[in-house]
Design a protein around this ligand. Structure first.
Ligand code: FES
Ligand SMILES: [Fe+2]
Length: 348
């Protein structure tokens, strides 16, 4: 059984990463390549020539097609052969390479893993802050050598900030405020409400007001593998609540973990915000700073994965602080089990 959910959309790349030249990326164990047709629509194909399996991503673009760089088999963007290595050979249209359903939304290119006919763009996780006109969004990419679920555990547990991010975003109030978690269908919430505190410098600058604030951190896991963290502050008495808090300044840390193999994943991270949205300098500085913070997580998680492999006789333990990650894993396991059960029914 795989460790990821089938019949789901996964982020394959930032929309800006994918252009005319093929990009090779293994998604959920399948080597794929991505490129744009001349009309800018995205093609996703198995990254192996049907002939001798050379990666097609090494091939040469010809119009919307790709020519293998070994013996010159030409494959159309629909995956079907257009020209044989020997030009005098009749084209055998049964020669083809697998193609995958793709969609573009929220600044990402998404690929469907599972049965192609079930690919419905309406099922793309709703990362709404990435697309709203009154918000701005940017971020980056890291390749991480760990099981994608370890990153979900990490993001659904903010207590690690105190130690992992001691020099950057760690703050003692985070450890003191009580945690609440809940499950709603395929979403898991973990929230912290910090009423009447001194705003940390970052948020005081964003709010542009003195005085005490209510501060929140609400982690939300969305299947198959997104985490959005709603963060911000509002002046005390402005009426902000855990459900409704647009009275101050608000940011949404957006993370998408796409499995590559069982023990590696593609990490797409960023932050959307609803303040100073025209300030491009702020966006660039914040992205650099956030990249620095997530590099701290990368170091810890890769060391954790190596330790998991080196200690096969030991298992992970969960304490109270891990409740968000534990619940997210329960949702993931349930959806994997349901998917497997459906597959078995279909085969029976
Ligand atoms: S391996 Fe691609 S044409 Fe031979
Ligand atoms: Fe972190």
């Amino acid at each position: 059984m795989s460790t990821w959910i089938n019949n789901s959309w996964y982020v394959a790349g930032w929309d800006s990463e994918i252009d005319q030249a093929p990009v090779a990326r293994t998604i959920c164990g399948v080597p794929m390549m991505f490129y744009r047709r001349l009309d800018r629509s995205v093609v996703a194909m198995r990254d192996a020539c049907p002939h001798r399996l050379l990666p097609l991503s090494m091939g040469l673009r010809e119009g919307d097609s790709i020519r293998c760089r070994y013996h010159g088999l030409k494959i159309g963007s629909d995956g079907v052969a257009e020209e044989m290595p020997l030009k005098t050979d009749a084209v055998n249209k049964r020669i083809c390479t697998e193609t995958f359903a793709v969609a573009e939304k929220h600044r990402f290119v998404w690929v469907w893993i599972g049965e192609k006919e079930k690919a419905d763009p309406a099922l793309i996780p709703d990362l709404w802050p990435c697309s709203r006109e009154d918000w701005t969004f940017d971020g980056g990419y890291y390749h991480i050598k760990c099981d994608y679920r370890l990153m979900i555990d990490n993001l659904m547990d903010l207590t690690h900030e105190t130690y992992v991010h001691a020099g950057s975003i760690g703050q003692p109030e985070i450890m003191e405020a009580p945690l609440e978690s809940s499950v709603d269908g395929n979403n898991v919430y973990l929230s912290r409400w910090m009423p009447g505190i001194d705003a940390p410098p970052f948020w005081r600058g964003a709010l542009k007001k003195e005085g005490l604030v209510d501060r929140w951190q609400i982690c939300r896991f969305l299947a198959p593998s997104a985490v959005m963290i709603d963060v911000g502050v509002a002046p005390v008495g402005a009426g902000a609540t855990i459900e409704n808090h647009d009275q101050g300044v608000r940011g949404m840390v957006v993370d998408f973990m796409t499995p590559e193999t069982e023990n590696t994943h593609h990490y797409f991270w960023g932050m959307a915000r609803n303040f100073d949205i025209e300030d491009k300098g702020f966006t660039a500085r914040f992205k650099r700073q956030q990249g620095g913070v997530f590099a701290e997580d990368k170091e810890i998680l890769e060391a954790q994965q190596a330790a998991i492999i080196a200690n096969p006789d030991l298992r992970l333990n969960a304490y109270n602080i891990d409740q968000g990650g534990v619940r997210a894993r329960q949702v993931i396991n349930r959806l994997i089990r349901e998917g497997t059960a459906m597959e078995q029914e279909a085969k029976a």
